[in-house]
Design a protein around this ligand. Structure first.
Ligand code: NAD
Length: 383
Protein backbone atom coordinates (compact mmCIF):
# COMPACT_ATOMS: atom_id res chain seq x y z
CA UNK A 1 0.00 0.00 0.00
CA UNK A 2 2.60 2.58 1.02
CA UNK A 3 4.69 2.37 -2.13
CA UNK A 4 1.59 2.83 -4.28
CA UNK A 5 0.58 5.91 -2.32
CA UNK A 6 4.06 7.42 -2.50
CA UNK A 7 3.82 7.21 -6.30
CA UNK A 8 0.57 9.18 -6.02
CA UNK A 9 -1.67 6.22 -6.79
CA UNK A 10 -4.36 5.22 -4.32
CA UNK A 11 -7.57 3.24 -4.28
CA UNK A 12 -10.21 5.00 -2.20
CA UNK A 13 -13.29 3.02 -1.21
CA UNK A 14 -16.43 5.17 -1.02
CA UNK A 15 -19.26 3.86 1.16
CA UNK A 16 -22.06 6.43 0.77
CA UNK A 17 -24.56 4.54 2.98
CA UNK A 18 -27.96 6.07 3.72
CA UNK A 19 -29.83 9.38 3.97
CA UNK A 20 -27.50 12.31 3.34
CA UNK A 21 -24.51 9.90 3.15
CA UNK A 22 -24.43 9.81 -0.68
CA UNK A 23 -24.74 13.62 -0.87
CA UNK A 24 -21.83 14.36 1.47
CA UNK A 25 -19.59 11.57 0.13
CA UNK A 26 -20.22 12.88 -3.40
CA UNK A 27 -19.19 16.35 -2.19
CA UNK A 28 -15.97 15.04 -0.62
CA UNK A 29 -15.14 13.16 -3.80
CA UNK A 30 -15.29 16.38 -5.85
CA UNK A 31 -12.72 17.92 -3.48
CA UNK A 32 -10.44 14.85 -3.57
CA UNK A 33 -10.60 14.87 -7.38
CA UNK A 34 -9.60 18.55 -7.47
CA UNK A 35 -6.64 17.88 -5.15
CA UNK A 36 -5.57 14.83 -7.17
CA UNK A 37 -5.62 16.91 -10.36
CA UNK A 38 -3.65 19.76 -8.86
CA UNK A 39 -0.93 17.57 -7.31
CA UNK A 40 -0.80 14.98 -10.11
CA UNK A 41 -2.10 12.03 -8.07
CA UNK A 42 -4.02 9.12 -9.49
CA UNK A 43 -6.91 8.37 -7.12
CA UNK A 44 -9.18 5.53 -8.12
CA UNK A 45 -12.65 5.70 -6.52
CA UNK A 46 -14.98 2.77 -6.20
CA UNK A 47 -18.31 2.59 -4.37
CA UNK A 48 -19.56 -0.25 -2.18
CA UNK A 49 -22.72 -0.93 -0.19
CA UNK A 50 -23.14 -0.60 3.57
CA UNK A 51 -25.97 -0.03 6.07
CA UNK A 52 -29.60 0.20 5.04
CA UNK A 53 -28.75 0.42 1.34
CA UNK A 54 -26.88 -2.89 1.67
CA UNK A 55 -29.76 -4.49 3.59
CA UNK A 56 -32.14 -3.56 0.76
CA UNK A 57 -29.79 -4.80 -1.97
CA UNK A 58 -28.11 -7.80 -0.34
CA UNK A 59 -30.02 -8.66 2.87
CA UNK A 60 -27.05 -7.78 5.12
CA UNK A 61 -25.66 -4.47 6.43
CA UNK A 62 -22.09 -5.50 5.54
CA UNK A 63 -21.79 -7.64 2.39
CA UNK A 64 -18.62 -9.76 2.16
CA UNK A 65 -17.65 -7.93 -1.07
CA UNK A 66 -17.66 -4.60 0.83
CA UNK A 67 -15.28 -6.00 3.46
CA UNK A 68 -12.98 -7.52 0.83
CA UNK A 69 -12.93 -4.30 -1.17
CA UNK A 70 -12.21 -2.12 1.89
CA UNK A 71 -9.36 -4.45 2.87
CA UNK A 72 -7.82 -3.98 -0.59
CA UNK A 73 -8.31 -0.20 -0.65
CA UNK A 74 -5.76 2.31 0.66
CA UNK A 75 -8.48 4.12 2.63
CA UNK A 76 -12.23 4.14 3.17
CA UNK A 77 -14.54 7.19 3.17
CA UNK A 78 -18.00 6.59 4.61
CA UNK A 79 -21.14 8.78 4.67
CA UNK A 80 -23.59 7.55 7.31
CA UNK A 81 -25.83 4.57 7.93
CA UNK A 82 -29.37 4.19 9.22
CA UNK A 83 -32.82 5.69 8.89
CA UNK A 84 -36.46 5.12 9.80
CA UNK A 85 -36.91 2.44 7.13
CA UNK A 86 -34.58 0.08 9.03
CA UNK A 87 -35.36 1.27 12.58
CA UNK A 88 -37.51 -1.64 13.81
CA UNK A 89 -35.87 -2.47 17.18
CA UNK A 90 -37.00 -6.10 16.92
CA UNK A 91 -35.11 -6.60 13.65
CA UNK A 92 -31.96 -8.71 13.91
CA UNK A 93 -30.45 -7.05 10.83
CA UNK A 94 -29.65 -3.39 11.48
CA UNK A 95 -27.70 -0.72 9.50
CA UNK A 96 -25.20 0.05 12.31
CA UNK A 97 -24.00 -3.58 12.19
CA UNK A 98 -22.34 -2.56 8.92
CA UNK A 99 -20.25 0.14 10.58
CA UNK A 100 -19.34 -1.84 13.71
CA UNK A 101 -18.53 -4.92 11.62
CA UNK A 102 -16.32 -2.96 9.25
CA UNK A 103 -14.38 -1.35 12.12
CA UNK A 104 -13.79 -4.84 13.52
CA UNK A 105 -12.81 -6.39 10.17
CA UNK A 106 -10.34 -3.58 9.48
CA UNK A 107 -8.83 -3.78 12.98
CA UNK A 108 -9.58 -0.11 13.76
CA UNK A 109 -9.04 0.73 17.43
CA UNK A 110 -8.50 4.50 17.71
CA UNK A 111 -11.23 7.00 16.90
CA UNK A 112 -9.98 10.51 16.32
CA UNK A 113 -12.16 13.60 16.41
CA UNK A 114 -10.56 16.99 15.93
CA UNK A 115 -12.55 20.03 17.10
CA UNK A 116 -11.38 23.47 16.00
CA UNK A 117 -14.37 25.82 15.77
CA UNK A 118 -14.10 28.39 13.03
CA UNK A 119 -14.24 31.94 14.51
CA UNK A 120 -16.92 33.07 12.08
CA UNK A 121 -19.21 30.26 13.27
CA UNK A 122 -19.02 31.29 16.95
CA UNK A 123 -22.64 32.45 16.86
CA UNK A 124 -23.78 28.94 15.94
CA UNK A 125 -22.22 27.55 19.13
CA UNK A 126 -24.12 27.60 22.45
CA UNK A 127 -20.91 28.73 24.19
CA UNK A 128 -19.91 32.38 24.55
CA UNK A 129 -17.55 33.41 21.76
CA UNK A 130 -14.69 34.24 24.17
CA UNK A 131 -14.65 30.64 25.47
CA UNK A 132 -14.10 29.38 21.91
CA UNK A 133 -11.08 31.55 21.16
CA UNK A 134 -8.07 29.32 20.51
CA UNK A 135 -9.97 26.02 20.80
CA UNK A 136 -8.10 23.41 18.78
CA UNK A 137 -8.31 19.97 20.34
CA UNK A 138 -8.43 16.32 19.34
CA UNK A 139 -10.21 13.57 21.25
CA UNK A 140 -8.77 10.07 20.78
CA UNK A 141 -11.25 7.42 21.86
CA UNK A 142 -10.43 3.73 22.31
CA UNK A 143 -12.83 1.88 20.05
CA UNK A 144 -12.71 -1.86 20.59
CA UNK A 145 -12.63 -2.52 24.35
CA UNK A 146 -14.28 -1.47 27.60
CA UNK A 147 -17.86 -1.88 28.69
CA UNK A 148 -19.34 -1.96 25.17
CA UNK A 149 -17.56 -5.20 24.37
CA UNK A 150 -17.57 -7.02 27.73
CA UNK A 151 -19.87 -9.86 28.83
CA UNK A 152 -23.46 -8.81 29.56
CA UNK A 153 -24.92 -11.44 31.87
CA UNK A 154 -28.63 -11.25 32.63
CA UNK A 155 -29.59 -13.36 35.65
CA UNK A 156 -32.66 -14.14 37.68
CA UNK A 157 -31.98 -13.63 41.38
CA UNK A 158 -34.13 -13.79 44.52
CA UNK A 159 -34.54 -10.01 44.20
CA UNK A 160 -35.62 -10.16 40.56
CA UNK A 161 -33.61 -9.71 37.36
CA UNK A 162 -29.99 -8.54 37.49
CA UNK A 163 -28.18 -7.14 34.45
CA UNK A 164 -24.41 -6.50 34.33
CA UNK A 165 -22.04 -4.98 31.80
CA UNK A 166 -18.45 -6.03 32.30
CA UNK A 167 -15.80 -3.38 31.58
CA UNK A 168 -12.40 -4.83 30.82
CA UNK A 169 -9.15 -3.65 29.23
CA UNK A 170 -5.79 -5.29 28.65
CA UNK A 171 -2.58 -3.29 28.96
CA UNK A 172 -1.94 -3.94 25.25
CA UNK A 173 -5.27 -2.37 24.26
CA UNK A 174 -4.48 0.71 26.34
CA UNK A 175 -0.90 1.00 25.11
CA UNK A 176 -1.67 0.97 21.38
CA UNK A 177 -4.27 3.75 21.60
CA UNK A 178 -2.08 5.83 23.90
CA UNK A 179 0.71 5.61 21.32
CA UNK A 180 -1.65 6.95 18.62
CA UNK A 181 -2.60 9.85 20.91
CA UNK A 182 0.99 10.58 21.95
CA UNK A 183 2.15 10.58 18.31
CA UNK A 184 -0.60 13.07 17.53
CA UNK A 185 0.33 15.26 20.49
CA UNK A 186 3.97 15.21 19.37
CA UNK A 187 2.93 16.62 15.99
CA UNK A 188 0.83 19.34 17.69
CA UNK A 189 1.34 21.27 20.97
CA UNK A 190 2.84 18.27 22.85
CA UNK A 191 0.18 18.18 25.52
CA UNK A 192 -1.68 14.97 26.37
CA UNK A 193 -4.60 14.69 28.78
CA UNK A 194 -5.52 11.15 29.76
CA UNK A 195 -9.07 10.84 31.04
CA UNK A 196 -10.21 8.07 33.40
CA UNK A 197 -12.09 7.41 36.63
CA UNK A 198 -9.13 6.01 38.57
CA UNK A 199 -10.60 6.94 41.94
CA UNK A 200 -13.32 4.31 41.41
CA UNK A 201 -12.59 1.88 38.55
CA UNK A 202 -9.92 -0.83 38.36
CA UNK A 203 -9.79 -0.57 34.54
CA UNK A 204 -9.04 3.15 34.99
CA UNK A 205 -6.18 2.40 37.40
CA UNK A 206 -4.67 0.04 34.82
CA UNK A 207 -5.27 2.70 32.14
CA UNK A 208 -3.45 5.34 34.22
CA UNK A 209 -0.47 3.06 34.95
CA UNK A 210 -0.04 2.18 31.26
CA UNK A 211 -0.34 5.80 30.06
CA UNK A 212 2.20 6.94 32.65
CA UNK A 213 4.68 4.21 31.68
CA UNK A 214 4.36 4.64 27.89
CA UNK A 215 4.76 8.42 28.03
CA UNK A 216 7.69 8.22 30.50
CA UNK A 217 9.50 5.60 28.41
CA UNK A 218 8.90 6.82 24.86
CA UNK A 219 7.42 10.33 24.93
CA UNK A 220 9.43 12.28 27.55
CA UNK A 221 8.98 15.43 25.43
CA UNK A 222 5.23 15.37 25.98
CA UNK A 223 3.48 17.05 28.89
CA UNK A 224 1.06 14.50 30.37
CA UNK A 225 -1.75 15.11 32.80
CA UNK A 226 -4.46 12.81 34.14
CA UNK A 227 -8.00 14.04 34.59
CA UNK A 228 -11.09 12.38 36.00
CA UNK A 229 -13.87 12.11 33.45
CA UNK A 230 -16.30 14.24 35.47
CA UNK A 231 -13.74 17.07 35.73
CA UNK A 232 -13.00 16.76 32.03
CA UNK A 233 -16.70 17.11 31.16
CA UNK A 234 -16.78 20.41 33.07
CA UNK A 235 -13.45 21.67 31.78
CA UNK A 236 -14.47 21.08 28.15
CA UNK A 237 -17.18 23.70 28.58
CA UNK A 238 -15.37 26.05 30.99
CA UNK A 239 -11.89 26.20 29.39
CA UNK A 240 -11.84 24.16 26.17
CA UNK A 241 -8.84 26.07 24.77
CA UNK A 242 -6.57 24.47 27.41
CA UNK A 243 -6.82 21.03 25.77
CA UNK A 244 -4.55 19.74 23.03
CA UNK A 245 -4.95 15.94 22.74
CA UNK A 246 -7.33 14.01 25.00
CA UNK A 247 -7.09 10.22 25.15
CA UNK A 248 -9.71 8.08 26.83
CA UNK A 249 -11.48 4.74 26.93
CA UNK A 250 -14.48 3.73 24.86
CA UNK A 251 -17.53 4.87 26.84
CA UNK A 252 -15.97 8.05 28.27
CA UNK A 253 -14.87 8.88 24.72
CA UNK A 254 -18.34 8.28 23.33
CA UNK A 255 -19.79 10.87 25.70
CA UNK A 256 -16.94 13.42 25.65
CA UNK A 257 -16.71 13.47 21.84
CA UNK A 258 -20.37 14.45 21.54
CA UNK A 259 -19.89 17.12 24.20
CA UNK A 260 -16.83 18.47 22.40
CA UNK A 261 -18.77 18.49 19.11
CA UNK A 262 -21.20 21.05 20.51
CA UNK A 263 -18.36 23.59 20.64
CA UNK A 264 -18.18 23.68 16.84
CA UNK A 265 -21.73 24.94 16.31
CA UNK A 266 -23.07 22.29 13.93
CA UNK A 267 -22.76 18.53 13.89
CA UNK A 268 -22.35 18.91 10.12
CA UNK A 269 -18.81 20.34 10.24
CA UNK A 270 -16.92 17.73 12.24
CA UNK A 271 -14.79 14.95 10.78
CA UNK A 272 -13.54 11.71 12.28
CA UNK A 273 -11.02 9.00 11.58
CA UNK A 274 -10.97 5.46 12.91
CA UNK A 275 -7.41 4.20 12.70
CA UNK A 276 -5.72 0.82 12.94
CA UNK A 277 -2.12 -0.33 13.08
CA UNK A 278 0.57 1.68 11.29
CA UNK A 279 2.60 0.37 8.38
CA UNK A 280 5.53 2.55 7.35
CA UNK A 281 4.05 5.57 9.12
CA UNK A 282 0.67 5.26 7.40
CA UNK A 283 -2.42 3.89 9.09
CA UNK A 284 -5.30 1.86 7.81
CA UNK A 285 -8.34 4.06 8.31
CA UNK A 286 -12.06 4.58 7.96
CA UNK A 287 -13.02 8.24 7.62
CA UNK A 288 -16.51 9.62 8.21
CA UNK A 289 -18.29 12.79 9.33
CA UNK A 290 -19.53 12.47 12.90
CA UNK A 291 -23.16 13.11 11.96
CA UNK A 292 -25.74 10.46 11.14
CA UNK A 293 -27.85 9.98 8.01
CA UNK A 294 -30.10 13.00 8.82
CA UNK A 295 -33.25 11.54 7.22
CA UNK A 296 -35.11 14.81 7.93
CA UNK A 297 -33.05 16.65 5.28
CA UNK A 298 -31.96 13.79 2.99
CA UNK A 299 -32.39 14.33 -0.74
CA UNK A 300 -32.89 18.10 -0.44
CA UNK A 301 -29.37 19.17 -1.37
CA UNK A 302 -28.90 21.16 1.85
CA UNK A 303 -26.73 18.80 3.94
CA UNK A 304 -23.53 20.38 5.18
CA UNK A 305 -20.68 18.60 3.37
CA UNK A 306 -17.88 20.05 5.53
CA UNK A 307 -17.69 17.13 8.00
CA UNK A 308 -17.22 14.73 5.09
CA UNK A 309 -14.74 17.04 3.31
CA UNK A 310 -12.62 17.45 6.46
CA UNK A 311 -12.78 13.65 6.89
CA UNK A 312 -11.30 13.39 3.40
CA UNK A 313 -8.50 15.70 4.59
CA UNK A 314 -7.79 13.30 7.48
CA UNK A 315 -7.75 10.45 4.95
CA UNK A 316 -5.09 12.26 2.92
CA UNK A 317 -3.04 12.84 6.08
CA UNK A 318 -3.22 9.53 7.94
CA UNK A 319 -3.76 6.85 5.29
CA UNK A 320 -2.06 8.38 2.24
CA UNK A 321 0.67 10.41 3.98
CA UNK A 322 -0.22 13.52 1.92
CA UNK A 323 0.15 16.24 4.58
CA UNK A 324 0.35 19.23 2.23
CA UNK A 325 -2.74 18.08 0.34
CA UNK A 326 -4.58 17.59 3.65
CA UNK A 327 -3.71 21.12 4.75
CA UNK A 328 -4.81 22.50 1.39
CA UNK A 329 -8.26 20.96 1.85
CA UNK A 330 -8.49 22.30 5.41
CA UNK A 331 -7.43 25.80 4.38
CA UNK A 332 -9.84 25.81 1.43
CA UNK A 333 -12.65 24.77 3.80
CA UNK A 334 -11.77 27.55 6.26
CA UNK A 335 -11.69 30.06 3.39
CA UNK A 336 -15.13 28.99 2.19
CA UNK A 337 -16.60 29.30 5.69
CA UNK A 338 -14.96 32.70 6.17
CA UNK A 339 -16.33 33.82 2.79
CA UNK A 340 -19.84 33.05 4.05
CA UNK A 341 -20.80 30.25 1.66
CA UNK A 342 -22.76 28.19 4.20
CA UNK A 343 -25.47 25.54 4.22
CA UNK A 344 -28.67 26.36 6.20
CA UNK A 345 -27.49 24.71 9.44
CA UNK A 346 -24.81 27.42 9.78
CA UNK A 347 -26.68 30.48 8.57
CA UNK A 348 -27.62 32.60 11.59
CA UNK A 349 -28.04 36.13 10.23
CA UNK A 350 -30.77 35.69 7.64
CA UNK A 351 -28.40 35.61 4.66
CA UNK A 352 -29.10 33.21 1.78
CA UNK A 353 -27.93 29.66 2.37
CA UNK A 354 -25.93 27.65 -0.15
CA UNK A 355 -26.53 24.10 -1.34
CA UNK A 356 -24.34 21.08 -0.56
CA UNK A 357 -23.04 21.15 -4.13
CA UNK A 358 -22.24 24.88 -4.13
CA UNK A 359 -20.21 24.59 -0.91
CA UNK A 360 -18.34 21.54 -2.23
CA UNK A 361 -17.60 23.19 -5.56
CA UNK A 362 -16.22 26.31 -3.91
CA UNK A 363 -13.95 24.25 -1.63
CA UNK A 364 -12.84 22.12 -4.59
CA UNK A 365 -12.13 25.19 -6.72
CA UNK A 366 -10.03 26.77 -3.93
CA UNK A 367 -8.22 23.52 -3.10
CA UNK A 368 -7.58 22.87 -6.78
CA UNK A 369 -5.76 26.14 -7.43
CA UNK A 370 -2.71 27.66 -5.74
CA UNK A 371 -3.54 30.96 -4.13
CA UNK A 372 -2.81 32.62 -0.85
CA UNK A 373 -5.66 32.61 1.67
CA UNK A 374 -6.18 33.48 5.30
CA UNK A 375 -6.45 30.86 8.03
CA UNK A 376 -8.70 31.11 11.07
CA UNK A 377 -5.72 32.00 13.23
CA UNK A 378 -5.14 35.01 11.03
CA UNK A 379 -1.92 33.65 9.55
CA UNK A 380 -1.69 32.98 5.84
CA UNK A 381 -1.27 29.76 3.97
CA UNK A 382 -1.49 28.36 0.49
CA UNK A 383 -4.62 26.55 -0.56
P1 NAD B 1 -28.18 12.87 12.75
O1 NAD B 1 -26.77 13.26 12.98
O2 NAD B 1 -28.47 12.12 11.52
O3 NAD B 1 -29.10 14.19 12.77
C1 NAD B 1 -29.25 15.04 13.91
C2 NAD B 1 -29.68 16.44 13.44
O4 NAD B 1 -28.55 17.08 12.83
C3 NAD B 1 -30.79 16.42 12.40
O5 NAD B 1 -31.63 17.52 12.61
C4 NAD B 1 -30.05 16.58 11.09
O6 NAD B 1 -30.80 17.18 10.06
C5 NAD B 1 -28.86 17.43 11.49
N1 NAD B 1 -27.69 17.12 10.66
C6 NAD B 1 -26.90 16.00 10.72
N2 NAD B 1 -25.95 16.05 9.80
C7 NAD B 1 -26.10 17.21 9.14
C8 NAD B 1 -25.41 17.82 8.08
N3 NAD B 1 -24.34 17.26 7.47
N4 NAD B 1 -25.85 19.02 7.63
C9 NAD B 1 -26.90 19.64 8.21
N5 NAD B 1 -27.60 19.10 9.24
C10 NAD B 1 -27.21 17.90 9.69
O7 NAD B 1 -28.63 12.04 14.03
P2 NAD B 1 -30.01 11.28 14.33
O8 NAD B 1 -31.15 12.07 13.80
O9 NAD B 1 -29.96 10.93 15.76
O10 NAD B 1 -29.91 9.92 13.52
C11 NAD B 1 -30.47 9.73 12.21
C12 NAD B 1 -30.06 8.35 11.71
O11 NAD B 1 -28.64 8.31 11.58
C13 NAD B 1 -30.42 7.22 12.70
O12 NAD B 1 -30.84 6.11 11.93
C14 NAD B 1 -29.11 6.91 13.40
O13 NAD B 1 -29.04 5.58 13.83
C15 NAD B 1 -28.12 7.19 12.30
N6 NAD B 1 -26.76 7.55 12.77
C16 NAD B 1 -25.72 7.07 12.05
C17 NAD B 1 -24.44 7.41 12.40
C18 NAD B 1 -23.30 6.89 11.55
O14 NAD B 1 -23.53 6.40 10.46
N7 NAD B 1 -22.07 7.01 12.00
C19 NAD B 1 -24.19 8.26 13.48
C20 NAD B 1 -25.28 8.76 14.18
C21 NAD B 1 -26.57 8.41 13.81
Amino acid sequence: MNAAVKRGRAIIALLPGDGIGPEVVGAARIVLEAVAKRFGHDFEFEEALIGGAAIDAAGTALPAETVAFCQRADAVLLGAVGGPKWDDPSSTIRPEQGLLGLRRELGLFANIRPVAPHPSLAEASPLKADRLTGVDLVVVRELTGGIYFGAQPLERTEDGERASDICSYTDREVERVVRVAADLARARRRKLTSVDKANVLETSRLWRRVVTRVVAEDYPDIELDHMLVDSCAMRLIQRPAEFDVIVTENMFGDILTDEAAVLAGSIGVLPSASLGAATGGLRRGLYEPIHGSAPDIAGRGIANPIGAILSAALLLRYSLGLEVEAEVVELATHATIAGGRLTPDLVTNGTRAATTGAVAEEIAATAGTARRIGTPAGTAGYA
